[in-house]
Design a binder for this molecule. Structure first.
Ligand code: DGL
Length: 259
């Protein structure tokens, strides 16, 4: 057993969707969350830049004593997961669009993700393995992550944007959308309102379960009487981050700034 925290990071509040799942499955685990808002959005940045940020953040989380790191960002997973695993003795858990699960129940799927995720090798592998016989339409999320990061999930602005981005593929017959960016998990209700009956695949809970399984297999779970909690580190404007996190149902204060 190990009372040290789990590290989680993303470009902004998106990875809190994984934190939410971790907290509900294992409330006694402590979590240190790094939001790289100074570098948001990752989606259109060069891979090398995201890799560099991911290594710096992983170092910061290791310095905080983290026992496992969840790369709660599909774009950073595409750019850096493999290299992070190779370079560090710590276990890393990452994200890839949930095409496997979508393809088990649909023949016409939209994968909604950032340009960085859609052009990455990780996604190419998943598409190669699981998209057989399935029509897969890759759609770049345009301004959707920025809408969530501005605290606008659940508003008319979000619903209009979701309709504009997903409408054409759904009108063409797609019946399932894969949320391939952790920010989009916070748009699930808006998507469901705009497109009733559309199946929505969100992998945040599956990733949280996987992270806890990795911990259990390594004997690194926190003891049951451990005091859980969430420490927040933000590289950009803390006030803005606080507004954004409150908009998706997280209370609390970003306690620390970082670069
Ligand atoms: N949350 C990130 C992801 O899962 C992307 C958001 C961004 O573009 O920074 O891909």
């Amino acid at each position: 057993m190990d009372p040290h925290p789990i590290g989680v990071f993303d470009s902004g509040i998106g990875g809190l969707s994984v934190v939410r799942a971790l907290q509900s499955l294992a409330p006694h685990e402590r979590i240190v969350y790094f939001a790289d808002t100074d570098w948001f959005p990752y989606g259109g940045r060069p891979e090398a830049e995201i890799r560099k940020r991911s290594f710096a953040i992983a170092r910061r989380l290791m310095d905080a004593g983290c026992k496992l790191i969840v790369v709660a960002c599909n774009t950073a997973s595409a750019a850096a997961l493999k290299d992070l695993r190779e370079a560090s003795p710590l276990p890393f858990v990452g994200m890839v669009p949930g095409l496997k699960s979508a393809a088990s129940s649909s023949r016409h799927v939209v994968v909604l993700a950032t340009p960085g995720t859609l052009r990455g090798e990780l996604y190419a592998e998943v598409e190669h393995r699981f998209a057989n016989g399935v029509r897969v339409v890759d759609v770049s999320g345009a301004n959707l992550a920025a809408i969530v990061e501005s605290g606008l999930a659940g508003t008319a602005t979000a619903r209009t944007a979701v309709r504009a981005v997903l409408g054409p593929a759904i009108e063409a017959g797609a019946d399932t959308v894969v949320l391939g960016c952790t920010h989009y998990a916070f748009l699930a209700a808006d998507i469901a309102t705009e497109f009733p009956g559309l199946a929505i695949i969100d992998t945040s809970e599956a990733v949280a379960r996987h992270a806890l399984r990795v911990l259990a297999d390594a004997g690194l779970e926190a003891p049951p009487n451990n005091e859980g909690g969430l420490d927040l580190i933000v590289s950009g404007d803390r006030e803005q981050f606080r507004t954004a996190m409150h908009s998706v149902g997280f209370a609390g204060e970003p306690a620390e700034a970082a670069s």
